[in-house]
Design a protein around this ligand. Structure first.
Ligand code: KG4
Ligand code: ZN
Length: 328
């Protein structure tokens, strides 16, 4: 059973086809990074106009060689994200569902990120890889959520960021250090030639599964204001501070809750130091999608949509966007 996924929640226009929830048939992502980089961040109005220009060519490319009769459902991200951007994807998905008489499936972007852990390109599929209950860490530009997953579609939120999301912290730190946008890859690159020697704080928030990264960003700003810090050392130190908190708190939660596995997802999961530290320190198996499936894409939306379709969770043409949607 093949599903078509459509993703336009932020600054990637994406469409992808996945078979049986895990096998990637196509995965097309048109990034707007080059357009927004000059402003140092995503400009919402520019993003939605760009989605409008790109969405049909991106869907056509994803559908290359796949007849419409092979598609069993149209899955689309309806939140969280930028309202104007989400609207483009949702309306295109409705139009296709109506024209092709296919079920419309509303997908939560955060849930889709988690489902990137099922994806692969091998004909054998990937169904038995994930073991429930598992602990999911979703770290993206807008979220840092720790969630217990007991089965398909069964989530229990344990913790979240109280201020900046992990990706947002990387983006703001990169701005402080005069590095480019998006900040995560820029900090990772700059930090490779540095030593994590600067004294930066970690907000442990003991006794809770919540995170906080805004104090760390402010501490970095003060160090830079004082001068005489190398950008490479500052980037390496900042990256280590974020990774340290994410790894330590998630592993502690996995021990307490006796889960079978930890599933990483979201753009920050593309960070090499984060994945290395998780793999080195976790007592349970850690699944991490390859970097191009950690950042926004539509294969994860299509894969997640398959499980909704299997459970009969389809929606009507009155589907609306929910920019502040959360998991649960
Ligand atoms: O999941 P994503 O593509 O979009 C959202 O749903 O937000 O995540 C984007 C975020 C950005 O903040 C970006 O700086 C961060 O993920 N990111 C990284 C890396 N690649 C992307 N952060 C750290 N290291 C990376 N390699
Ligand atoms: Zn995302």
């Amino acid at each position: 059973m093949k599903t078509l996924g459509i993703e336009t929640s932020c600054d990637e226009t994406a469409a992808g086809i996945v078979e049986d929830g895990d096998r990637i048939i196509s995965n097309v992502v048109a990034s707007q990074i080059g357009i927004h980089a000059r402003y140092g961040g995503v400009v919402p109005e520019v993003a939605s106009r760009q989605h409008l220009l790109t969405i049909i060519p991106v869907i056509n490319q994803a559908m290359t060689g796949v007849p419409w009769q092979d598609i069993s459902g149209i899955a689309v991200t309806f939140g969280p994200g930028l309202a104007g951007s989400l609207l483009i994807g949702v309306n295109v998905a409705k139009a296709i569902a109506l024209a092709k008489k296919l079920p419309l499936i509303a997908v939560n972007h955060l849930e889709a990120h988690i489902y990137a852990n099922w994806l692969n390109s091998s004909p054998a599929g990937n169904k038995d890889r994930v073991k429930f209950p598992c602990l999911c860490l979703i770290v993206s530009g807008g979220h840092s959520d720790l969630v217990m997953m007991k089965g398909h579609g069964q989530f229990e939120k344990l913790g979240r960021t109280l201020d900046d999301a992990a990706g947002e912290a990387f983006d703001k730190a990169a701005r402080i250090l005069g590095l480019g946008y998006p900040g995560g890859p820029a900090i990772e690159q700059a930090g490779r030639s540095g030593i994590p020697c600067l004294p930066l704080p970690r907000a442990w928030l003991k006794g809770s599964y919540d995170f906080s990264f805004s104090g760390l960003k402010t501490a970095l700003w003060h160090l830079v204001q004082k001068g005489e810090v190398s950008v490479a050392d500052a980037a390496a130190s900042f990256q280590l501070a974020v990774v340290d908190v994410l790894v330590t708190k998630t592993i502690e939660a996995a021990r307490q809750l006796k889960v079978e596995q930890i599933l990483l997802s979201g753009g920050v999961a593309a960070n090499e130091m984060l994945s290395q530290q998780f793999l080195a320190k976790s007592p349970v198996r850690v699944l991490i999608p390859p970097p191009h499936l950690c950042t926004d894409n539509a294969a994860m939306v299509a894969g997640c949509g398959y499980y909704h379709l299997q459970a009969g969770r389809v929606c009507g043409y009155d589907l609306d966007v929910v920019p502040s949607l959360s998991l649960e």
